[in-house]
Ligand binder design. Structure first.
Ligand code: CMP
Length: 139
């Protein structure tokens, strides 16, 4: 089925001017960008978005990193979008990511790993609603 997922192009990627390269990889994988905006996340936004990781030892560093520069938040649409996006992103740790994936090509580290993608349809809906109003999504 055609579904939607939520993506973030992270500060390590925007800093290296890779917004286009990352977006091209997503498009080449069969995903369509149906919403996109460049923002500088506030600490409150980053803490709220990553609330499920609050107890993890890397939480403070993660929030600091995600607020260290601009990000591009996107809604992606396509056949089985969550899985398709996870496949093209590659493993969280670029050291484990398969050849040809975004993280293998571009990520600097497990933290500065260039992209975020939703891990389920349920979380995709929550994450999309966190950053976008319905009228900002144009399918
Ligand atoms: P993301 O998909 O955005 O969700 C949580 C993020 O935490 C993850 O990608 C990583 O970039 C970041 N992170 C930093 N350190 C770790 C770690 N040790 N294990 C898992 N994720 C980590």
């Amino acid at each position: 089925a055609v579904t939607r997922t939520f993506s973030i192009i992270k500060p390590d990627a925007t800093r290296r001017n890779l917004t286009g390269a990352v977006t091209k990889a997503l498009e080449d994988a069969g995903l369509r960008v149906v919403a996109s905006k460049r923002i500088h996340m506030t600490r409150e936004q980053a803490e709220g978005f990553y609330a499920v990781h609050k107890e993890r030892p890397f939480f403070g560093d993660l929030v600091a990193f995600m607020t260290s520069g601009p990000v591009v938040v996107q809604v992606l649409e396509g056949e089985d979008a969550v899985k398709r996006n996870r496949d093209i992103m590659g493993a969280t740790n670029p050291a484990d990511a398969a050849e040809g994936t975004i993280r293998k090509s571009f990520a600097e580290s497990i933290e500065a790993n260039s992209v975020h993608g939703s891990d389920s349809d349920e979380n995709a809906a929550i994450e999309i609603a966190f950053f976008f109003k319905p009228e900002e999504i144009v399918g």
